[in-house]
Structure formats: C-alpha cells, structure tokens
Design a protein around this ligand. Structure first.
Ligand SMILES: [Zn+2]
Length: 365
C-alpha cells in the first residue's frame, strides 16, 4: 500500500513538472507568435508607400511599435520583456496609419500689419499641405514645446473618429505670455483665453500644453472659431476628413504669438468642401500688448470706432439691441428668432434702434 501511495505521489510530481513545462512552452510560443505578427505589420507598413521619405524611415519603427503596445492584451502577461516600454514617449496615432509629421514646421509667408480684419488669406487661400501629407486616415500630432516652452504647431487629419464623445474638462496649464487682465470692453472681460490650437470639438484635446496658446478673446472668437466651426460642421455633415494644421507665429523670443496660421483642406472631395489658408491676428482692439512678455494695457484712445457713415453688414440682437459685425463669431450662439440682419450704416441703425449699443465682442462702432 505504501509503495502504491509513493508511486501515486511520484506520478503526481511528474505530472506537475510536465504541466509547468507545458505552460512555459505555451508562453514562449505566444511570444513568438506576437513577434512574428509585429514583424509582419512593420513590413506591411513599410510596403504601404512610406519608403519614399527617408526622414520618416528612421522614426517609423518607433511609431509602429507604439500603437501595437496598447492594442495587444498579451502584453499584460509579460510587460517587462518589451524594450519599447522604456522608450521615451512618441506621438501616438490611435487609429491605423503610423504618421510622422515633421518635428518642426516653419511656414514662410508674409502678411500686412493688422488693420481691422481678424484674419487675412495667405498664399491665395491655398494651404501648404504636400501630397505626401494628405491622407484619409485620421491622426493627431502635437509638436513639442520649444526651448522657451512655447507651443510649436499641431497637425491632424480630422474625422468623426477624432471628435470627442465625452465632456470637456478644466484646463490648468498657463501658456507662455499669460498675463491676464480684465477690460470692460472685452467680451467676458478677460483679455486672454487659453486657445486650443486644434479645437476641442475637432480632436477632443483639452489640457494638452502642446495644444494651448495664449490668445486674445478677439483671436479666439473672431479669428479661430469661425474656421473650427466650419471644419467641425463639414466633418459631421459629410463624414469626410479634413487636413488641419495650426501654427502659432512668434517674433524672435517673444512669449506671446503675433498670430496663428490655420490651414484646412478636405480630403475626400479634394478641397471642394474645405480649403483655406489664413493668418489670424492675436490682437485685441483697444488693448496695447507687449508681445515680448504678454503684458498689456488699455489703449488711451479706447477701442477703434468704425466710420458711422460707412455701409456694412451687421447683426442686431432683437432682445437687447446689441449690434454685432456680420462676421462676429458669437452670432452662431444667437437664437435665430432674435436675429436681425442689417445692411447699412451705424447712423441708420441708431435712427431705427435708438437704444442700440456696440457689442463688446466685435466692436462694430
Ligand atoms: Zn460680436
């Protein structure tokens, strides 16, 4: 009986050893399969037409490994064996295609000094996207801060897949040039907004310091929102994609940007729906700004006033008789029932609505 027992125990022990060995083998096999898949994927990506850009080739293995890390549940079984885990963070493309925009982007163009228009067209309103950059596969890229901690540029292929589904959180980051002051004649009083280079509504990026710029209320509302809304509406309506790049322009070592270059181009219809290249000025009528530091003070002459006898397009709020310029970014929030479209002079408006007043957001007069 004792012998039988001993044999049984021995058998159990042998079985245990065998089982452990099998399990080890299984793990090894899985790892091997993983490695094979990884190599195959990289090969596929390389043959997918990225070989003509030597600058991109050096970055490509990093880019291809990163998204796979997050996709593979197998990684949780052996997280320490992956060398990629220790690599510095690189730009991730959570969608399909590894995208490697240039680390820096310095568009060359010139614009006139600000007069009274929130933005001007650049390059005949044709964006600078190259054929290589155009894609229907969504991606997001946020350039690294420069040595002065200024944001550099952001680039995305915006589609429904990049748009946020959750609600927007709060922002704590203070971008360079953030010297906040309040002015009565600035809508909501604060001179500066934390301007998202790529709007939250387009890529859902909120408290990302590489996507945040100190911008005047005027830049935000008059110079950026109209283009963000245009792109957002287009993508929602068509399901198409829009190449979208926003580049702040700084003079020398200034901490506050002079303005932003915004480029947009719809991919599926080759620019029929969306095609623009504009420079929006980081100014606030009625405020004198030191661009080296972001410090600011009220213009002793007050906000500039339009010629009351020059005819122009305005929108009047029926409720409070505030008069807006027709291109004011705030008009979209107005109840359509409250909206009066008016073409004429300020003098004519005041003759018809004696209690009318100039809206603080766009200062028509
Ligand atoms: Zn307005």
């Amino acid at each position: 009986m004792k012998k039988m027992k001993l044999r049984f125990i021995t058998l159990l022990a042998v079985l245990c050893v065998l089982f452990t060995a099998c399990t080890d083998n299984a793990v090894t096999t899985t790892d091997n399969i993983t490695d094979v898949v990884t190599s195959a994927d990289i090969t596929a990506d390389v043959t997918n037409g990225e070989t003509n850009a030597p600058a991109e080739d050096t970055q490509e293995p990093q880019e291809t490994q990163e998204p796979q890390e997050t996709e593979k549940p197998k990684d949780t079984t052996a997280p320490t064996t992956k060398p990629a885990e220790t690599e510095p963070p690189v730009q991730t493309n959570p969608y399909d295609r590894p995208i490697t925009p240039a680390k820096t982007y310095k568009p060359v163009f010139s614009v006139p000094a600000y007069t009274n228009k929130a933005y001007v067209a650049v390059n005949g309103n044709e964006p600078f996207f190259t054929e290589d950059e155009k894609t229907t596969v969504a991606f997001e890229f946020y350039g690294e801060l420069d040595s002065l901690k200024r944001c550099t540029y952001t680039f995305a292929c915006v589609g429904e897949e990049t748009m946020p589904t959750g609600s927007r959180g709060s922002i704590s980051h203070k971008p360079t040039g953030w010297v906040q002051n309040k002015y009565d004649f600035v809508e909501s009083q604060n001179l500066y907004n934390r301007c998202h280079l790529i709007a939250w509504q387009l890529t859902g990026e909120n408290n990302n310091k590489q996507n945040l710029l100190t911008g005047t209320r005027y830049l935000n509302v008059q110079g950026m929102i109209p283009f963000e809304d245009m792109v957002g509406d287009y993508v929602t309506e068509t399901g198409n994609h829009v190449m979208y790049r926003v580049t702040p322009i700084f003079t020398g070592n200034n901490l506050l940007a002079d303005g932003v270059l915004i480029e947009g181009w719809s991919v599926e219809d080759e620019g029929d729906g969306i095609c623009f290249n504009v420079y929006s000025y980081n100014v606030q009528p009625g405020v004198i700004i030191d661009y080296a530091t972001g410090e600011n003070r009220a213009d002793p002459n007050g906000p500039p006033k339009a010629d009351p006898n020059a005819s122009a397009s305005y929108v009047i709020n029926k409720g409070n008789h505030k008069v807006h310029k027709a291109d004011c970014g705030n008009i979209k929030d107005m109840n359509p029932d409250n909206r009066i479209d008016f073409v004429g002079t300020i003098a004519e408006i005041l003759a018809q609505y004696p209690d009318a007043s100039s809206a603080g957001c766009c200062h028509p007069y």
